[in-house]
Write a protein that binds this ligand. Structure first.
Ligand SMILES: [Zn+2]
Length: 310
């Protein structure tokens, strides 16, 4: 009995010591708190920041990033953030403005160094010449799904590392060194993916949502149809039948959709037009292999290649 009480007491003192130790070290080296809108930017911030950052991802790979509810838990996280890392290009236009307004955190507002939008650092594809938001077009600023081309991470990552160094100058060398290491490994990985994906060049594909123009351009995939007649609006049966008719003249090999998207439109066209169905992780966490950015593209290339098999 007595021994037991002593052990409990020792355990308590140990825990107290740990808490005090953490509190003290926390005061000296406060983590840079990152609020990432999507998992890919959270993964990039973690890769650059290592143990100097704490990263919170507002969404998972199984949520539609165009449509997120501005829940109180997200607002609370944004309130405490030092750096907000989002896609931009209006991907989050339906929910991020609400979070920014309600969080009341000046550091991460538009125009502040604590707000980092990845799309500002890449060339956007499909910028509309005439602005038309009618009938639910969710890509009015150009296509925001920049994370499907690994080369975009090289540009975004360099800018993000510089931003993190500016916000946390005491650790600037740490961010620079980690970014240099990541960038070198990333370049080597891109060369590997390029070689593996060579058989995909020129392969005609159908996509469910217009989510992959950067992936298509990177690998030379040829998009012959989009199931959604308007980005963000589920296709009707009539629209699907139209796509099917068009595929008779211009056949495709596979239909692509992201992990978060409903299976039904892809499944229908795959069955009707005899296409392979390829579900892509789309971001970190979108399948078992996509535990980090390297895994995301390992999986993406492997799944596309599997789609070529009869
Ligand atoms: Zn979209």
């Amino acid at each position: 009995m007595k021994t037991h009480r002593i052990l409990v007491r020792q355990g308590f003192l140990l825990r107290l010591g740990l808490v005090l130790g953490l509190a003290l070290s926390g005061g000296a080296h406060a983590d840079l708190k990152v609020f990432a809108c999507e998992p890919e930017w959270g993964a990039l911030a973690s890769a650059i920041g290592g143990d100097k950052v704490s990263v919170y991802s507002a969404t998972t790979a199984y949520q539609d990033p165009h449509r997120i509810e501005a829940r109180p838990s997200l607002i609370a996280r944004a309130r405490g953030a030092d750096l907000l890392v989002c896609t931009g290009a209006e991907l989050e236009i339906g929910w991020l403005p609400v979070i920014l307004a309600d969080a009341g955190n000046r550091a991460i507002q538009t125009g502040q160094p604590g707000q980092f939008l990845a799309a500002d650092f890449v060339t956007l594809l499909e910028k509309p010449t005439v602005l038309d938001r009618s009938a639910g077009d969710v890509h009015a600023a150009g296509n925001p799904h920049i994370q499907t081309d690994p080369r975009n991470f090289s540009r975004v990552g360099a800018a993000l590392a510089a931003r993190m160094a500016a916000l946390d100058p005491g650790e600037a060398a740490h961010y620079r060194a980690r970014w240099a290491d990541f960038a070198a490994r990333w370049q080597a990985a891109i060369a590997r993916w390029d070689a593996q994906a060579a058989p995909l060049k020129g392969v005609p594909v159908v996509v469910q949502h217009d989510a992959f123009p950067y992936l298509e351009r990177w690998l030379g995939l040829k998009r012959v149809a989009v199931l959604e007649a308007k980005p963000g609006v589920a296709p009707s049966l009539g629209q699907l039948a139209e796509v099917k008719a068009r595929l008779t003249a211009t056949p495709a090999r596979m239909v692509l959709r992201a992990a978060y998207q409903p299976a039904r439109p892809s499944a229908w066209i795959a069955d009707q037009a005899r296409l392979a169905q390829v579900v892509l992780p789309f971001t970190v966490g979108g399948d078992a292999q996509s535990t980090d950015l390297f895994g995301l593209f390992d999986s993406t290339v492997a799944r596309l290649l599997a789609g070529l098999k009869p």
